[in-house]
Design a protein around this ligand. Structure first.
Ligand code: 13P
Length: 250
């Protein structure tokens, strides 16, 4: 059976002292949670101090992005070796903010996904449609294209996670309904079944992201094909993130 994964994407928030104090609180609030995986993805500048603070805790550490080369003249970039060095187990790849603001396309995203798996960092590949695409009935087409291009060259034995994040639900307070999200998650599993074996498609965790809050987490996470959440705004406070992890309504 798939194990739930609840991930916090802190985006461009938290100085070092703020980050350390947030994980300190999370460690305490989540110390008895054993039946699901919890992940925090701080900004690069806070990875090292958060790693130190997380020692002895079962909370995983991840990054929000990376470049695909190991080293070289790539000003401003961070490599998979640097993330490995900090014990990052996961890396978010292809978030819609990177696609839109930083013009990342499926080809670049695919190189990053391949590099992450080569370095044994589990990529969380983000896919999702804009409001315009949903309204013109293109959700499945867009998601299928992002999946097929993003996962090109990935093999059956590679470990990866998919995050379905409808762009219109990110940071808007307007979450997809559990039924709407379930429908797309099932579709994603079907596409994975075309790319890989049925067993693999069944094992891959598919997270939902977009305005996940303590109030809606339980109903989303109870859906058959929703295996976790990628939480933005509500992951910035220990209280709301731990409530989401524990399915406690606010
Ligand atoms: P919000 O939870 O703030 O809508 O952000 C979702 C997201 O983009 C997580 O990656």
């Amino acid at each position: 059976m798939r194990r739930l994964l609840i991930a916090g994407n802190w985006k461009m928030h938290k100085t070092v002292p703020e980050a350390v104090s947030l994980v300190r609180e999370l460690k305490e609030l989540l110390k008895d949670v054993k039946d699901r995986d919890v992940l925090v993805c701080p900004p690069f500048t806070a990875l090292y101090p958060v790693r130190e603070e997380l020692k002895g805790s079962s909370i995983y550490l991840g990054a929000q992005n990376m470049f695909y080369e190991e080293e070289g003249a790539y000003t401003g970039e961070i490599s998979p070796l640097m993330l490995k060095d900090l014990n990052c187990s996961f890396v978010i790849i292809g978030h819609s903010e990177r696609r839109r603001i930083f013009k990342e396309d499926d080809e670049l995203i695919n190189k990053k996904v391949l590099s992450a798996v080569r370095h044994k960092i589990t990529p969380i590949l983000c896919v999702g449609e804009t409001l315009e695409e949903r309204e013109s009935g293109e959700t499945e087409k867009v998601v299928e294209r992002q999946l097929k291009r993003g996962l090109r060259g990935i093999s059956e034995d590679d470990e990866f996670v998919i995050a379905y994040e409808p762009v219109w639900a990110i940071g808007t307070g307007k979450s997809a309904t559990p039924q709407m999200a379930q429908e797309v998650h099932l579709f994603i599993r079907g596409v994975l079944g075309e790319l890989f074996s049925k067993e693999k498609a069944f094992q891959v965790r598919i997270l939902y992201g977009g305005s996940v809050k303590p109030e809606n987490a339980k109903s989303l996470l109870e859906m058959e094909d929703i295996d976790g959440a990628l939480v933005g705004g509500a992951s910035l406070k220990a209280d709301s993130f731990s409530k989401i992890v524990k399915f406690e309504e606010a």
